[in-house]
Ligand binder design. Structure first.
Ligand code: RIB
Ligand code: CA
Length: 308
């Protein structure tokens, strides 16, 4: 099995994706943090609290605080200052993350020791990964695959054209996409096939532990993002990208050309898909998701964590 690294911006869906991998017993070699759902200092605070609350043992390394080009963009206007909307309870304060190597140095060390069997799951803007591609192209053959939650084949969520992780650093997404490393994009269309709604909170309501109460409020806050927009449910984003790393039958992929628009005024950050072209042959788009199975994986992970 490939050694797995996760790069994340630590919203609720990042946390749930990481918990799903942990609960699958697949080992996480390390994790790097990137700005995104919130500014980097808040992402670090979230990560420290999640690690302390859920006994995460993998090393966490701090990465990019801003995109390669342009101004910092966060999802604060939707998610609030912490990047983690809640029904009441918030993640408890924790000691800051222990001092460790910065993300680039840690990623380099990981790849130098990977024996050609490394795999990356990226759940936020691709800045850390693009910096790795630019700094150490010689190490890229070590990477078997990068799976990314990002992009939108037909529409965006941050703008009409662009999904948030793509919009937050289009140049980084373009660099990674064109790096030649096998790249699997799990876009909005794939993620929107898998939804959660207020009825999914009932399981957590039945568990009488402090962790169940905390997870209930965080999960409820996440579901409310969709409800507050007049929908009946909310798409699960990052867990959909994590699912095929645990069970590859959960998401089908098709090779097609993927490019990222960096120039357009209205279309900056748009992922441009050509389903009729294979491009470099290294890029694949997630197509059909097994929503029942992915929901089951996500919900059972939450129940297990709540009981623990
Ligand atoms: O557009 C959804 C993505 O943006 C998710 O990865 C979410 O966590 C944020 O990073
Ligand atoms: Ca994310």
């Amino acid at each position: 099995m490939n050694s797995l690294w996760i790069d994340a911006d630590m919203g609720f869906d990042d946390m749930l994706a990481i918990m799903m991998v942990n609960h699958s017993k697949r080992m996480i070699a390390g994790c790097s943090l990137v700005f995104g759902n919130a500014p980097l200092p808040q992402v670090c605070k979230n990560a420290a609290s999640m690690a302390a609350t859920f006994n995460w043992t993998f090393p966490i390394h701090i990465g990019a605080a801003k995109p390669l080009v342009g101004d910092l963009v966060t999802a604060g206007h939707v998610l609030g200052p912490t990047g983690l909307p809640t029904l009441g309870r918030a993640l408890p304060d924790a000691d800051p993350l222990p001092q460790r190597a910065a993300a680039l140095a840690a990623l380099v060390q990981w790849l130098e020791n990977a024996d050609g069997k490394a795999e990356l799951l990226a759940l936020g803007p691709l800045t850390n990964i693009a910096i790795l591609c630019l700094a150490r192209p010689d190490l890229l053959p070590q990477l078997q695959c990068i799976t990314w939650m990002g992009g939108g084949a037909t529409s965006g969520n941050h703008t009409a054209s662009a999904e948030f992780n793509a919009f937050a650093d289009p140049e980084a997404a373009a660099i990674v996409c064109a790096s030649g490393v096998p790249f699997k994009m799990v876009d909005l269309d794939a993620c929107r096939q898998v939804t959660v709604s207020p009825a999914d909170l009932i399981g957590l309501q039945k568990i009488d532990t402090p962790k169940a109460a905390l997870l209930h409020d965080l999960f409820g806050g996440y579901i409310n993002i969709g409800i507050s927009k007049g929908r009946e449910s909310m798409a699960l984003y990052d867990p959909v990208a994590a699912a095929p790393l645990i069970d590859k039958t959960t998401l089908a992929f098709q090779t097609m050309s993927i490019a990222v628009e960096c120039a357009g005024n209205l279309t900056r950050g748009r992922t441009v898909i050509d389903a009729s072209a294979k491009g470099t042959g290294a890029t694949q788009l997630g197509t059909r998701a097994n929503a029942t199975r992915i929901r089951e994986m996500a919900l059972s992970t939450l129940l297990e964590a709540a009981a623990g």
